[in-house]
Design a protein around this ligand. Structure first.
Ligand code: DX5
Ligand code: ZN
Length: 230
């Protein structure tokens, strides 16, 4: 299956469980399935690369058993190559590493693909988009952080819109079909312009799990908003 089959011109919604109530995780995953979420976004943090610690390999493995949805695992950890095999074995479908977290991002991306799953490359808001240029052919997904990584519930950085456009133009110059994922502060209020700029996967944590109308309505709102300006 190619990436064109995955996104098919439609924006994908990838709810992040980072700020959800983990004591009711099975119910949250079932709600995401009912809502038609495309991926479950799992944020792994090590307290070094980012100033927070979240979930690790055993939790990802448990989530794998609890849902059919593709697991989009975002590694915010130093030297991620040390843990690629462990997260592949835990059931990741997409494994994203940060370009800032390793001296050898190319090797890490190759390791991920050779393990038979999709490779993702993430860039912090302060990292030049062109630093991904040589790595585009080895990435199935580029994740642009639209907040500084480490915490949910932060405010979307508006200059991300220009960065999405810059990445989109780099991809079309190289004629590469890669998912553009935007992560941080995405909500129904900005999903339209994020999608219009060229994002094809929207991560949303607080907009889904802190939404008083519930998870299913929240995903529907994001989907509707992302269609508006396309
Ligand atoms: C932040 C994480 C995000 C976060 C998104 O470091 O990578 O995935 O959970 O949460 P919101 O949507 O609340 O910014
Ligand atoms: Zn994330």
């Amino acid at each position: 299956m190619s990436n064109a089959d995955i996104h098919g011109g439609v924006v994908r919604i990838a709810p992040s469980i980072l700020d959800s109530d983990l004591t009711t995780l099975a119910g949250s995953l079932a709600a995401l399935e009912r809502a038609g979420a495309d991926f479950v976004h799992l944020d792994v943090m090590d307290g070094h690369f980012v100033p927070n610690i979240s979930i690790g390999v055993p939790v990802v493995a448990s989530i794998r058993k609890a849902t059919q949805l593709p697991l989009d695992v975002h590694l915010m950890i130093d030297r991620p190559e040390r843990y690629i095999q462990a997260f592949v074995d835990a059931g990741a479908d997409i494994l994203t590493i940060h370009v800032e977290a390793t001296a050898h991002p190319h090797r890490a991306l190759q390791m991920i693909r050779e393990s038979g799953i999709r490779s993702g490359l993430a860039l912090n808001p302060g990292t030049a988009v062109r630093s991904a240029c040589a790595l585009l052919p080895f990435s199935d997904l580029i994740l642009l952080m639209s907040v500084n990584p480490g915490f949910g519930g932060q405010t979307f950085i508006p200059t991300t819109l220009r960065r999405i456009m810059e990445l989109k133009s780099m991809l079309s110059t190289q004629n590469i079909d890669t998912l553009i994922e935007v992560d941080g502060g995405v909500s129904a209020a900005n999903a339209g312009e994020v999608a219009a700029a060229g994002a094809t996967v929207l991560v949303a944590g607080s907009a889904v799990f802190k939404n008083e109308r519930g998870v299913e309505q929240a995903v529907a709102q994001l989907r509707d908003a992302s269609r508006l300006q396309r």
